[in-house]
Write a protein that binds this ligand. Structure first.
Ligand code: ZN
Length: 516
């Protein structure tokens, strides 16, 4: 009768099976090589293991979708899942990223300029073929539901069948899947669309909702000052700036540290980062047992401030972060714009102790490195503007783009030190990066590894630079971890708290040495 319909007609049951299977097949076909390589066996491919894994993934996709597909939700949620899956597929194809909880939380928390930086014209075919075409198809189609009781019964049957198939596929090939999971450190999960999107999304939602379910009283901040002195501790935290591109540490392709090279008394230590995402790395430096360092120091009665370009997320909770605004480059802020805030703070200093945390959040973050430094720091040329750095930039362009960020870090850190020297305040200054960066080292790009997987050296090795205007000694170690910085700040400010671990602290004030 109604022959005007252009789209498909489908029963609820057929759609709930066909849609997730089609989505799964198309998205994973594009990146099948990245998944298959973990199922190598000797010279060949473990076809049975890989097939079982894919079957399990496809079945779980169906099981998940049938749970959320109801009369009013089926189309919007199918389109949402399509958009998320297509986006994940694009980033896996282009950047080999692992789509996990922290990645999804980073996307949700990231500001719009950062997201804009990730977009590229190369996304266009993905948008047209993997988002627009399927979305139109879904919208134009007609999905017929039976009466409530009957369609829910059908859904339950589909769910049970899909779930049993998934478990059976995994169980019968337990060895192959566990091996691939271990070798890849769960990358086989983080790269399997839409399983990665679904599990990452559920975990991220749970993490975000958890505070509402747990008690609001956080770890009690018990801290006192043992021996009040006169000292300003300035802790500057950088972003994605890797140690191996600092000339101070021996980099020779370009001189990336012309300013700091002329500064005397710098302590150049070998810092080690453990987590490859800002969201995970900042608490490595600023949190212990749930106690944020700025809040803990403030609880001891020491005036504390956080000045940020970008954000420290919740790591300055209890104190509150002040963001750089009204910046000199036509309103666009760069890391140098936290310096005037530091200057204003120090101007009022006469005696006592202070902690200032500076977040140099622009740092050396990709993919468009030139957005992180003002135009006058485009000194090493030619550089590259494309977000698709892995394919569109020469190695020289990539390195120039990145090395300019280190040149700018050099300028900003030097500016901070000059400000501190000019103030005449007694200070200890510590700079470190949250993590390093991969620049096609071993084919890797940017930063971030799945949880539990050690960072590759270029992401783990970070600069840790110390300078002071008061006599100090450095506890010499082969490497310094980020939690060591937490202990060091506590010791410098002689904050007494059960959280302090003397083994971590690596800077001793000369007076405390004399006192034994
Ligand atoms: Zn970061």
């Amino acid at each position: 009768m109604h022959a005007r319909k252009l789209g498909f007609r489908s029963s609820h049951a057929t759609f709930c099976v066909a849609f997730p299977l089609a989505l799964f097949a198309v998205c994973n076909a594009i990146n099948i090589d990245k998944l298959a390589k973990w199922f190598r066996m000797g010279e060949g491919l473990d076809i049975i293991g890989l097939s079982a894994y894919l079957l399990a993934g496809a079945s779980l996709s169906v099981a998940f979708f049938v749970v959320i597909a109801h009369r009013r939700t089926v189309k919007p949620l199918a389109i949402l899942l399509t958009v998320l899956s297509a986006t994940a597929t694009y980033f896996i194809a282009k950047y080999d990223v692992a789509v996990d909880t922290s990645m999804i939380m980073n996307v949700v928390n990231t500001d719009s300029t950062e997201v804009g930086g990730l977009l590229s014209l190369h996304m266009l075919p993905y948008v047209v073929l993997l988002i627009i075409a399927p979305a139109i198809t879904i919208l134009a189609g007609e999905i017929a539901f039976e009466a409530s009781g009957r369609y829910l019964l059908t859904s339950a049957k589909i769910f049970a069948t899909a779930f049993i198939v998934a478990i059976a596929a995994l169980y019968l090939n337990y060895n192959a899947v566990i091996r691939a999971g271990n070798v890849s450190n769960k990358y086989i999960v983080y790269s399997l669309v839409p399983i990665n999107v679904i599990s990452g999304g559920i975990n991220a939602a749970w993490k975000a909702a958890k505070p509402w379910f747990t008690s609001h009283t956080h770890a009690e901040l018990r801290a006192t000052v043992a021996s009040p002195g006169d000292l300003v501790v300035v802790l500057a935290i950088g972003e994605s700036s890797r140690r191996r591109n600092f000339s101070l540490y021996g980099y020779s392709r370009k001189d990336t540290n012309p300013a700091l090279r002329r500064v005397d008394g710098l302590q150049l230590l070998d810092g080690i980062a453990k987590r490859g995402s800002t969201l995970d790395a900042l608490p490595e430096i600023l949190e212990k047992s749930g106690a944020k360092l700025p809040a803990l120091v403030a609880a001891a009665g020491i005036p504390t401030a956080c000045y940020v370009n970008y954000t420290l997320y919740d790591n300055c909770n209890g104190v509150g972060e002040a963001k750089a605004t009204g910046c000199g480059h036509a309103g666009k802020c760069y890391d140098e714009d936290v310096i005037p805030m530091l200057r204003d703070n120090i101007e009022s200093y006469s005696t006592g102790q202070r902690l200032v945390v500076l977040h140099l959040g622009g740092g050396s973050h990709g993919p468009i490195y030139k957005d992180r430094y003002p135009p006058e720091f485009r000194r090493f040329l030619p550089i590259c503007d494309d977000a698709d750095v892995a394919n569109q930039c020469s190695r020289e362009q990539l390195y120039n783009s990145y090395d300019n960020t280190i040149l700018y870090v050099d300028h900003v850190v030097n500016g901070i030190l000059r400000t501190l020297d000019d103030s005449g305040a007694p200070y200890v200054f510590i700079y470190l990066s949250d993590h390093g960066e991969s620049l096609l080292d071993g084919g890797r790009m940017f930063h971030g590894m799945p949880p539990g997987m050690a960072l590759p050296p270029e992401q783990a090795q970070i600069p840790l630079i110390v300078r002071s205007s008061v006599p100090i000694s450095i506890v010499r170690r082969a490497a310094y971890t980020q939690p060591d910085v937490y202990d060091t700040v506590l010791e410098l400010l002689s904050v007494e708290t059960p959280l302090f671990d003397t083994r971590g602290s690596f800077i001793r004030r000369a007076s405390s040495l004399a006192g034994g």
